[in-house]
Design a protein around this ligand. Structure first.
Ligand code: HEC
Ligand code: HEC
Length: 427
């Protein structure tokens, strides 16, 4: 575990600098300020390089992905789009414990805002890229309840021009197939058998369109930016020696920040400008279904190995030797059991409920759990091994719990109403 850092800085008010604003003196050391800067959005790097999607930074692909993200005709009832569950006004979440569209999804909808900085997608990381992730919801019976032939048909009918300008020409030989046949290797018995009857080159041409739809959606999500939150304003002011009464954090917020970085050690997992290491841990959040426990990262490994759209697949643009995540995939060990990806804490005050199935409704409940965690539920018949437990009780006072929550609330970015990527496209 990382060395715990104790920030000792404190604040005293000084000279008036006009407009009722006061310059604020403080005793944060240079080392403190340096450490805090690592958490500011100002120092957020560009999204991860994507070897497997050569279109990840193409503006044309992003524009097409923007339309696709909000397009509810890509669903069996014509009313479900990605934005049904990832709503811009809710920081790209849906406010539900578990998402609902055609049916109810097993898990809670995370924000997509931090996704371009994470190698693994979904709570269990069962997808190794944002483009491959995007293909899941289309064929999930409780989400879009669509199939890859229907997606391809919709692209041919409504997006052929932007698609062919960005990617490549769609072979006309599949036009009538995708119009007439509802097929996928992942669907119902009938859909699977229809899929098996297609020639390998037909399957490949359909998969290629499907994969490129994912690549466009990935390019779109990489354009989503967050505005600096109150916390970033404070850190940036410390760094530029311009701390004033209008950008300083309150005493309670600063105490919460010290706990977060110090004794409560939240920063050992929630670190960097997005407040996440994007790795997998078991923090013992209560199981929502003890009859069928969620094995998290453990189950994701076989899903990844069998996935048809990973970095190692024929639809990837990467050379296999550059697929580091898949090549060095950790496949075994008790630390995988019941482990979930550390979520970003950006906008956390606005994205309740919390945890992978929305087990907690409020931040108070989350903090109480970290204060006195229940060890992970263990059932020998369901778990291959006793799960590894990653946190220790904190024994916080009521005031300290309140301070931690005040601090978490400073991570909310304002919504920029002029940012067109955050809105449904005009056409
Ligand atoms: C019915 C609601 C629903 C729809 C529709 C939906 N999602 Fe999601 N999304 C979820 C849920 C729930 C999860 C988490 C599932 C899991 O981890 O098993 C998720 C996870 C994600 C993630 C991973 C985020 C992370 O932190 O790991 C991304 C990215 C994403 N969705 C993008 C999309 C895109 C793109 C579409 C449209 C093609 C889409 N979603 C459609 C509910 C939905
Ligand atoms: C060992 C790594 C680790 C530490 C330490 C840790 N967290 Fe987490 N945190 C996680 C993981 C993993 C999850 C998701 C767990 C799940 O869904 O079961 C999570 C979830 C959360 C959530 C809910 C996020 C959401 O979108 O649902 C909040 C809030 C949170 N942590 C805050 C904190 C605070 C505050 C601390 C310090 C008291 C802390 N965490 C310490 C790994 C950690």
């Amino acid at each position: 575990m990382r060395k715990v850092l104790y920030i000792i800085g404190s604040i005293a008010y000084a000279s008036l600098i006009g407009c009722g604003e006061q310059k604020v003196e403080h005793d944060y050391s240079n080392a403190d300020i340096q450490f805090l800067s690592n958490l500011s959005l100002t120092n957020l790097s560009a999204p991860l390089e994507s070897e497997s999607n050569q279109y990840s930074d193409s503006l044309a692909a992003a524009k097409m992905g923007h339309r696709l993200f909000f397009d509810s005709d890509l669903s069996s009832n014509g009313s479900v789009s990605c934005a049904t569950c990832h709503q811009p006004a809710k920081y790209f979440t849906d406010g539900l414990k578990r998402s609902v569209a055609i049916g109810m999804v097993k898990r809670n909808a995370p924000s997509v805002l931090p996704s371009a900085w994470s190698h693994w997608q979904f709570w269990d990381g069962r997808k190794d890229s944002l483009w491959s992730q995007a293909l899941g919801p289309f064929e999930d019976p409780s989400e879009h309840n669509f199939s890859r032939t229907k997606v391809a048909n919709h692209i041919i009918k409504n997006y052929r021009e932007p698609y062919e300008e960005t990617f490549t020409v769609i072979p006309e030989s599949i036009y009538s197939i995708v119009q007439e046949i509802d097929a996928t290797p992942l669907g119902t018995t009938r859909q699977k058998s229809l899929w098996r009857k297609l020639l390998p080159e037909q399957q490949k041409a359909i998969n290629q369109v499907f994969a490129n739809v994912g690549k466009a959606l990935m390019a779109y999500q990489r354009q989503l930016k967050m505005q600096p939150a109150k916390f970033d304003g404070f850190v940036d002011a410390l760094s530029t020696n311009s701390l004033t009464s209008s950008n300083v954090l309150s005493n309670s917020e600063q105490n919460g920040m010290r706990l977060f970085l110090g004794r409560a050690n939240c920063v050992s997992c929630h670190n960097g400008p997005l407040f996440s290491n994007f790795e997998f841990h078991n923090i013992g959040a209560p199981e929502s279904d003890k009859q069928q426990v969620d094995l998290g990262r453990f189950s994701a490994i076989s899903a990844l190995v069998n996935d048809e759209f990973t970095c190692l697949s024929e639809y990837s643009d990467a050379e296999p030797e550059n697929c580091m995540e898949m090549r060095f995939l950790k496949k075994k060990g008790p630390e995988l059991v019941g482990a979930f990806k550390t979520p970003s804490l950006r906008n956390i005050g606005k994205t309740a409920p919390y945890m992978q199935t929305g087990q907690f409704d409020t931040l108070e409940q989350v903090i109480s759990h970290y204060d006195m965690p229940t060890p992970p539920y263990y059932n020998r018949l369901q778990h291959p091994s006793r799960p590894h437990f990653d946190i220790l009780p904190l024994k916080l006072s009521e005031q300290e719990k309140a301070d931690l929550i005040s601090f978490l609330q400073t991570l909310t970015s304002p919504i920029d109403s002029d940012d067109l990527w955050w809105q449904a496209p005009l056409e």
